[in-house]
Design a protein around this ligand. Structure first.
Ligand code: PLP
Length: 358
């Protein structure tokens, strides 16, 4: 079966080598006679998958030993509320850089007695350019940012020092695709379905002093209970954790985050060069805020956009339709997306432009 070039913003493309290992382990895992999906989460076979997944992630991101790594459920969206429930004591600060930041802010506002302040925003200019992240005083419990705005195609690739207030990041769409220093953050969270593996697992990396600040939280929503039970308070998303472990191995083999960032920069540069030199397509995003993983581009004519997406589909390039709030096209170039797919897209853009402009 021929594979397509899948530009989906998530769930995203996975490497064929990983999918083949999964295929093999689906019937019998390591000679156990059980599918990897049938392993008890309390079995030694699964415990070693869990341990390997954690240690590989620690190695790939150079996670310091005073941080806990949690593998939870509920997606990044559950973290929108779990985070302020656990870390928000009186006042929290948010940087609003797009639709997902707005969702995070709306959820934090639901925590009783918590004041939520938006300390910087790019909403006024349609989220096309990220604002500066201001230094804030100690009165805030944390400052929340979205490192990569999946829908708008902007990113914070350099993180400014933030004094004494913990920086918290939603890294759902660029975790493991660009290098970040974990110690710049108090907490990092990310849904798995872009650079980590299949949907169903959420990674939380949290500094130990931020765990257990509040009492009597619902058990499933308490970082302390989750950390104390090694992410096994209840049945964890075993298959998603197993697949993530394979993805971590794949990335390590490839050379780790620094190496994949180099490749991701090359892929993104190829597409941005094609967009910037085009007389038909353009990028709605300011050059200094551009994402490496999610690249929107438009013609400015909805009918032409539709035609382009249709032609791309007929050539095996799928899921290029931009988010409904932005329109046009969006190419998501996560870690497993191959360079050849970007070449093919760029070639079609040139061919399409020539046809339209004669
Ligand atoms: N945050 C960002 C930046 C995202 O891109 C997404 C999903 O695409 C989410 C949060 C929501 O993630 P989930 O579907 O895992 O709840």
């Amino acid at each position: 079966m021929e594979r397509v070039y899948n530009f989906s913003a998530g769930p995203a493309i996975m490497p064929v080598s990983v999918l083949k290992t999964i295929q093999k382990d689906l019937l019998s895992y390591q000679g156990s006679g059980m599918s990897v999906m049938e392993l008890s989460h309390r079995s030694s076979l699964f415990q070693s998958i869990m341990n390997d997944a954690e240690s590989l992630l620690r190695e790939l991101m150079t996670i310091p030993s005073n941080y806990k790594v949690l593998f939870l459920q509920g997606g990044a969206s559950l973290q929108f509320i779990m985070l302020p429930m656990n870390l928000g004591k009186t006042k929290v600060a948010y940087v609003n850089t797009g639709s997902w930041s707005e969702k995070a802010i709306e959820e934090a506002q639901k925590v009783d007695g918590l004041t939520v302040e938006v300390i910087a925003s790019s909403k006024e200019n349609n989220f096309i350019e990220n604002p500066e992240i201001p230094l804030v005083s100690k009165e805030y419990d944390y400052v929340h940012i979205t490192t990569n705005n999946t829908i708008e195609g902007t990113a914070f690739l350099n993180i400014p020092a933030n004094g004494e207030v913990s920086l918290v990041a939603d890294m759902s769409s660029n975790i493991l695709s660009s290098s970040y220093e974990v110690s710049d953050f108090g907490l990092i969270y990310a849904g798995a379905q872009k650079n980590i593996g299949p949907a169903g697992m959420t990674v939380v990396i949290v500094r130990e002093d931020l765990i257990g600040l509040k009492e009597n939280l619902p058990a499933m929503l308490d970082y302390k209970i989750q950390a104390d039970s090694g992410s096994m308070y209840n049945t964890p998303p075993t298959f998603a954790i197993y697949a993530a472990k394979l993805m971590f191995e794949w990335l390590k083999e490839l050379g780790g985050v620094a190496e994949i960032e180099k490749i991701n920069r090359e892929k993104a540069a190829m597409l941005y060069a094609a967009i910037d030199s085009s007389t038909l397509f353009y990028s709605p995003v300011s050059k200094n805020s551009r994402s490496l993983t999610n690249i929107p581009f438009v013609t400015g004519n909805a009918e032409l956009d539709k035609l382009f997406i249709k032609q791309a589909e007929s050539q095996g390039m799928i899921n290029l339709k931009g988010h409904r709030s932005v329109g046009g096209m969006r190419a998501s170039l996560y870690n497993a997306f191959p360079k050849e797919g970007v070449n093919k897209l760029v070639a079609l853009m040139k061919e399409f432009e020539t046809k339209v402009e004669g």
